[in-house]
Design a protein around this ligand. Sequence first.
Ligand SMILES: Nc1nc2c(ncn2[C@@H]2O[C@H](COP(=O)(O)OP(=O)(O)OP(=O)(O)O)[C@@H](O)[C@H]2O)c(=O)[nH]1
Ligand SMILES: [Mg+2]
Ligand SMILES: [Zn+2]
Length: 318
Amino acid sequence: MLEAFGWNDRRVQEFRSYAADGLAPGRLVAEHRTHYQVATEQAQRSATITGRFRSDSVLRTDLPGVGDFVALRLSSGDGPSLIEAILPRTSALVRKAAGETRPQLVAANVDYIFIVMSLDGDFNLQRLERYLALAVESGATPVVVINKADIAHIAQETTDRVADVAPGIPMHVVSARSTSGIAALQRYFDGNRTIVLVGSSGAGKSTMTNLLLGQHLQKTQEVRAHDSRGRHTTTHRQLFIRPQGGAIIDTPGMRGLELWEPSQRVETDFDDIDALAAQCRFRDCRHETEPGCAVRAAIAGGELDSERLARFARRLTK
Ligand SMILES: Nc1nc2c(ncn2[C@@H]2O[C@H](COP(=O)(O)OP(=O)(O)OP(=O)(O)O)[C@@H](O)[C@H]2O)c(=O)[nH]1
Ligand SMILES: [Mg+2]
Ligand SMILES: [Zn+2]
């Protein structure tokens, strides 16, 4: 069960001490006003966090979010289970809403971010650019999915322009209505990967979620005829396990461009890490287990964020 969710040998290692402590592994599938919903090996559990956990969380992104792997103290009675820890995130899609200073976690431990745009009034390259900036920051791999190919022919010029904005990023032109092109998306789940769908309301994310799951679990609704705007049908983020393996996170559509504001600095340069690396004992230090590594020393000393090093490492291998 957990394997389908993306639980692997590394997670087993990370979880060893929690297991010894009697905690159970789980993956957070939804966040509600008063509680979280967590999938465990047995069943879905309702869970909360301890007051201590809440007060120790400096940033809102320190709190559990959809996609997180957690260590759970299972309740014996009717009460909710307790989330005692979050396992290290391999990626984190974070957004900052307009007029809000605190960034919000959209999804954690995601492998692919499907940026869904439809060929009606929704098509907008500037928005695509913003989504891509967020995706690059997240540490997950973006995939451009252009939907509703049944209602409009996509011109070569349009795909060329998308390729200009998203160089080297896979692009799929699909129709969730006729299902054309959808089969090619299924391979992204290979190896029990996790996919999150983002995009405007009405772009077809929930329709696509149902198709990729092979089950009608998400509600969908017609867009407004005069301007192709969606009706904000999906109201909360939800992770689903695919029966054949892998997981998919459906998200509510964003209201407009203004809600998506990538942080000022897209991490394309890692000057700080380069400067530290120059002080490592070995020239070819990979900052893993080598002695005299200045990069790991900076992480241990709290001057460098380990997730940032992970993103740096991923950039090198991409
Ligand atoms: N013509 C056409 N319509 C589609 C396609 N995919 C989805 N739709 C329709 O578009 C409308 C909106 O689809 P949803 O899946 O609800 O959109 P969503 O992105 O989940 O929207 P929110 O939940 O509001 O964020 C529905 O009426 C779908 O039937 C497609 O490929 N072609
Ligand atoms: Mg939806
Ligand atoms: Zn080093």
